[in-house]
Ligand binder design. Structure first.
Ligand code: NAP
Length: 711
């Protein structure tokens, strides 16, 4: 953005606003991007960066910052902010108010179904305040459990006047932008109030010649009595255009035989990595085996990949680590989408370059590389854009402008409005792909470059490594459920089939032939979810139902190797106790023979299992089995400083196990008050639930209670 003609250089520096994000799945990134783009249009000197680039963009000099940060796992910050946190922690510890020059606003994204709601935003706020920074606008916390939009849209609306009080914007441009914006909004309101004509019940009118989509079932009856709508988000500006590629320019080479990775993988692997062990690399698919029986409710696969060509990861990983896989969107889905957008197969495969429409506004990160490295529209849609995530309201609002039929336009406007919230929820619950959406509004035909910029980035998928480093072979094994499920829409007529949904990565991995090379990258193990190496004297308690057992298979493999290396007998090593749960002993008892063998050899000291759907008496879930062994468990934790590891689903299991542990501590405190410092002078000598939860939190900070929880 050019500086205002009369503003001095110093004014200009002062007026710079940094839009900063930390994003795991791309949501925070795309929300931050649309704010940045709007700020630039409004005349602010706006910059946009991922938090981990703090050194590159000079975070220490930033005076006004707007953060959009999400929370993942068990209240953890996204991977692309790990370096930033280290720097911030140092600044906070320094107690010298290192950021007293910084004014900031924070929008946090989280989900109240998980514990530690919006923990990243809360922590960031606390640490910035401790480092002397000042909040210029109250923090917003958006809940994905009920829909992010409600908080996000109104928070953004209130941001602009607050921002205008702390940062200058170019006056002429600002006035112009306001004028454009208000005339657009008035025109929109007119169109909506005259266009709403009382619409039919079901929007599943899409006709398609591809089989890769399914119609959505949405009830627009409520529109019949509506005179006007309000609260529709602003239409994001178009920022990207397709530029012809001259024959001499370099394009992403098509993939060689045996490569199943983004065609631009060489540029990803060649990037400058702060920690080189985190750089992506090509690994070879060695084998795929099914761990569950055909009758199992979920299909679990075990995949092994060879790391033989990846020198930079040798010696840099441990059991308990996890890694990312760069997976593509389904080919049929992408072909269907391009066909629906009227892009011919020839056009779709021809390299194009993506350019900025406005030199001052950066392209979204996932498209920026195509400004200098042309790629085909097919490849861009297949590898760079998320076409499987339910759309944001802003996307629906933008798509409304590309409908030739007033019915489609009105319905999309309605979906993006305050009055359409309930139908928007119906849409989200059906987890539509972009293709489903376009077929539901048949006259909607956005230019392909418009759709590319509206779609969020396609994030890599993460898996736990379930083996330990081994000098004899250099491989990673991982286990996952193939994500395929059906959604039955309540209230839909009987002829409506359940909607079939598939994950991006797991069905692809399942189909991938042996020998294919895929792009992977080790993840930073922020929670240090690792077993102490060697025969450390502390007992290890592991809780891992379902595929949550994966890292513990690595732990046990590590223990078996450590015993051999030390020439020790299992009974000389500290206890390892695993709590495992699944649905059926016969059908989804993962790694059963391996676990039983380790148990018979004494590597695994104790194995406690439960089966939730076998219909037997006895414990159903892992926390119930733990409660059966309450005294032994509590004694190990309180008198032997045992390490407690929990891995698996964050939403149900992680939260419930934590709660059950707190209850166990309370009960145990009655029998053994001497084990609890806080009870020394207490009367009665019994831990309260709050004290028990605080103790668990303390253990978590001391890394005695480690949780690797997955959304
Ligand atoms: P799951 O859905 O967690 O089910 C495993 C067992 O846990 C079932 O018997 C289930 O019983 C039970 N369960 C359900 N609700 C529970 C609760 N509130 N408390 C305790 N147990 C409960 O297993 P999964 O399908 O394999 O999923 C595991 C989770 O771990 C996923 O979130 C996955 O993302 C994550 N994870 C994955 C990896 C990986 O690398 N792929 C690694 C670590 C963790 P019912 O179904 O009968 O109720």
């Amino acid at each position: 953005m050019a500086a205002a003609p009369n503003s001095s250089a110093a004014d200009f520096a002062d007026s710079q606003v940094a839009f900063l994000y930390a994003s795991q799945t791309g949501n925070a990134e795309s929300i931050s991007y649309s704010m940045y783009e709007e700020a630039a249009k409004r005349g602010f000197n706006a910059k946009w960066h991922v938090l981990d680039d703090h050194e590159k963009f000079g975070f220490n000099e930033v005076r006004t910052a707007v953060f959009v940060v999400s929370t993942t796992g068990d209240g953890d910050p996204p991977d692309n902010s790990a370096r930033f946190w280290r720097v911030l922690r140092k600044a906070t510890r320094g107690k010298d108010r290192a950021y007293s020059h910084l004014r900031y606003a924070i929008l946090g994204l989280g989900d109240t179904n998980y514990s530690n709601f919006c923990n990243t935003a809360q922590r960031l706020d606390k640490q910035l305040l401790e480092a002397g920074a000042t909040a210029f606008y109250p923090k917003g916390l958006a809940d994905d459990g009920t829909g992010l939009e409600e908080v996000v849209e109104s928070w953004i609306e209130g941001l602009w006047p607050a921002l205008a009080r702390v940062a200058q914007c170019a006056p002429s441009l600002a006035a112009e932008t306001e004028a454009v914006a208000s005339s657009e909004i008035e025109a929109e309101a007119d169109a909506v109030s005259t266009g709403l004509k009382g619409l039919a019940l079901n929007s599943s009118t899409g006709t398609s010649n591809t089989s890769a989509h399914q119609p959505l079932v949405l009830n627009f009856q409520v529109m019949e009595s509506l005179k006007a709508i309000s609260g529709a988000p602003r239409v994001p500006s178009a920022v990207c255009k397709i530029a012809p590629v001259d024959s001499s320019s370099e394009s992403s080479a098509s993939l060689a035989e045996g490569l199943a990775c983004p065609p631009w993988h060489a540029s990803l692997t060649g990037e400058d990595w702060d920690d080189v062990s985190l750089a992506p690399f090509l690994a070879t698919l060695q084998s795929t085996a099914q761990l569950t029986s055909p009758e199992a409710l979920k299909r679990t696969l075990l995949v092994e990949i060879s790391l033989s060509a990846a020198d930079h990861v040798h010696g840099s990983w441990q059991a308990g680590d996890s890694f990312n896989i760069y997976a593509p969107n389904d080919e049929g889905l992408v072909a269907g989408l391009l066909e629906r957008l009227a892009v011919s197969p020839d056009e779709a495969r021809r390299p194009v370059s993506l350019r900025k429409r406005d030199a001052a506004i950066e392209l979204p990160t996932h498209l920026a590389r195509f400004a200098t490295a042309p790629a085909s529209l097919f490849d861009i849609l297949q590898w760079a854009c998320d076409v499987c995530t339910a759309p944001r309201k802003q996307t629906l609002r933008a798509l409304a402008d590309h409908c030739s039929e007033v019915t489609d336009r009105d319905r999309l406007l309605f979906l993006s409005s305050r009055q359409g919230a309930a139908v928007f929820d119906e849409l989200r619950c059906q987890a539509p792909t972009t293709l489903d959406l376009l077929h539901t509004f048949p006259s909607c035909l956005p230019p392909v470059e418009r759709l590319l910029e509206l779609l969020p980035p396609l994030a890599p998928r993460s898996y736990s490594i379930c083996n330990a480093p081994n000098t004899a072979s250099d491989t990673w094994r991982f286990a996952f459920n193939v994500v395929e499920y059906c959604i039955t829409v309540e209230g839909s007529d009987v002829s409506t089939l359940p909607l079939r949904r598939r994950g991006v990565c797991t069905p692809w991995l399942e189909r991938l032939p042996r020998g294919q090379r895929i792009l992977v990258a080790k993840r930073r193990n922020v929670n240090e979810f690792r077993m102490p190496t060697g025969l450390d004297a502390r007992p290890v308690i592991m809780v891992g139902p379902g595929t949550g057992v994966a890292p513990f298979i690595g732990f046990l493999e590590q223990r078996a190797q450590d015993l051999v290396a030390a020439g020790a007998q299992p009974q000389e090593a500290p206890l390892m106790w695993l709590f495992f749960g699944c649905r059926s002993r016969l059908h989804d008892y993962l790694f059963r023979s391996q676990l039983e063998q380790w148990q018979s050899e004494g590597v695994l000291t104790r194995l406690s299992t439960c089966f939730s759907r076998d219909g037997l008496d006895g414990p159903k879930y892992v926390q119930h089995t733990m409660a059966q062994h309450e005294d032994e468990l509590m004694s190990l934790l309180l008198t032997k400083s045992a390490l407690l590891y929990v891995c698996g689903d964050a939403k149900g299991m992680g939260r419930d196990v934590n709660d059950a542990l707190a209850d166990m501590l309370c009960r145990y405190s009655v029998k053994h008050p001497e084990c609890f410092d806080v009870l020394a002078d207490a009367d009665p000598k019994q831990l309260s639930k709050v004290q028990a939860l605080q103790l668990l939190m303390r253990w978590s900070t001391e890394r005695r209670y480690l949780r690797d929880l997955w959304a």
